[in-house]
Design a protein around this ligand. Sequence first.
Ligand code: SF4
Length: 175
Amino acid sequence: MFKDNLRIIKIFPETIVDGAGLRYSIYLAGCAHRCPGCHNPESWNPNHGMPLTREWLNKIIQNIRSNPMLDGVTFSGGDPFFYPQSLIELLKIIKIETKQNIWCYTGWTLEELLAAPERRACLQYIDTLVDGRFLLDKLSHNLKFCGSSNQRIIHLGQLDLTQPGQPVTLNRLSL
Ligand code: SF4
């Protein structure tokens, strides 16, 4: 179904820790960042978890649609951008089929994503990005939805993805 073998490590059908409001969280396998102090090093392995089949995806869509309490869907991992060509397909399907607000966590910075065409293309389906590697020396337990203070919560709504040379204006989420 997808170009790469997307695998899901875990799903939380209702969580309040992966973004604003009540969210359906999907954790994808695979991460190349290897941040020291990562809370989930087994998620680095792209063969971890279970393969995402069409049947499973249909069930996920059905579960999201049938929960009127949800405020959105969150992708985490691992790093969901590990397989960008497949991530864009998955994001597109979830966005079109559920119309939910989408948050996505990644170890890349927004600037790094913008500089890589395949990863940049994924941003069109993401409403809010939580970016940056986890840095142990910037660890903070007081941050909402982030593990270290270098990580940013960025609204992508006003970013013009058709203008590659344009300076990026970041809209921070006020929490
Ligand atoms: S980006 Fe996230 S999953 Fe990947 S190594 Fe860093 S903390 Fe762990």
